[in-house]
Design a protein around this ligand. Structure first.
Ligand code: C2E
Ligand code: CA
Ligand code: CA
Length: 258
């Protein structure tokens, strides 16, 4: 077995129960309005604090979770962390929207929507503060199922967002079929250089605007990229230029600073 295979096998074994052992934690990345640079929303990003191997990023462990039926318990843990953070900031600092990533696979669980409802109902939080970002790692196989679950989620009052638009996983037809009101423009489009890159970025933003969706530019790393998405009429931006993913305490400090 290669070193890589060994690590994969070990992570798959250790990931079972990781959420119950509180090894799944959240970092938070701020999102700002482009019109007046206000911090209005925060994305929740998963990290696995492995007791021996240290911090493991989601790009490595989320695909393992999706493959081994553990995405449900890890996804639930992230929903609890995101909702708790939103309720805490609403009470202690000021209300901010909190986005939580949801793998399309989580929608296959018939009890998913009721667990989300229960989690939000256990707090005084306005459900409108919660954004669920639908992430796709494989082609969307069961569109009617995803549409049904999405409609039930929007009925709770949460906002649905399409993650990584322009990365190739989502077709315009799929986006149009879902009751999502936010479109996150993939960082590859935001960072693309040259005339072809600018055209693709502009087309993605226009697609969202044409459907009256809020558009969020991801992966903004330079002031040029920030200016460009603002000029193209994007509503919000997120990226290292504006703030890296940080702990809940650091994010709270930023909220206090305004
Ligand atoms: P994503 O949802 O597109 O999240 C944005 C990713 O881009 C994050 O990586 C973030 O740290 C990174 N990022 C933010 N700004 C910049 C920038 O300016 N430049 C660059 N190069 N990168 C930037 P992260 O935290 O490693 O997450 C990777 C992916 O893992 C996420 O991509 C998301 O698809 C998935 N993920 C994270 N947390 C969860 C979760 O709780 N559930 C599920 N299902 N997936 C998750
Ligand atoms: Ca996301
Ligand atoms: Ca994304």
């Amino acid at each position: 077995m290669s070193g890589e295979d060994e690590r994969f096998a070990r992570l798959r074994r250790d990931l079972a129960g990781a959420a119950d052992r509180d090894e799944i934690v959240a970092l938070f990345q701020p999102q700002y309005t482009l019109a007046n640079r206000r911090l209005v929303s925060v994305e929740t990003l998963a990290r696995w604090e492995h007791p021996q191997l240290g911090t493991i990023g989601p790009a490595e462990f989320i695909p393992i979770a999706e493959e081994s039926d553990l995405i449900g318990e890890i996804g639930d843990a992230m929903i609890h962390l995101g909702v708790a953070a939103a309720a805490h900031w609403e009470k202690r600092v000021f209300p901010v929207e909190v986005a939580i990533n949801v793998s399309i696979l989580q929608l296959h669980d018939p009890d998913f929507v009721s667990r989300v409802a229960e989690c939000i109902d256990s707090t005084p939080l306005d459900p409108g503060r919660i954004i669920l970002e639908l992430t796709e790692s494989t082609a969307l196989a069961d569109v009617p199922l995803a549409v049904g679950a999405s409609l039930a989620l929007t009925a709770l009052g949460v906002t649905l967002s399409i993650d990584d638009f322009g990365s190739g996983y989502w077709s315009e037809e799929q986006v149009a079929a879902l009751p999502a009101s936010e479109l996150k423009i993939d960082q590859r489009l935001v960072q693309a250089a040259g005339a072809t890159g600018a055209e693709a970025l502009s087309a993605a933003i226009d697609f969202g605007k044409g459907r009256s969706m809020r558009t969020v530019a991801e992966g903004v790393e330079t002031t040029e990229q920030l200016d460009r998405v603002r000029e193209l009429g994007c509503d919000r931006a997120q990226g290292y230029l504006l703030g890296r993913p940080m702990s809940g305490d650091e994010l709270e400090e930023r909220l206090r600073r305004g």
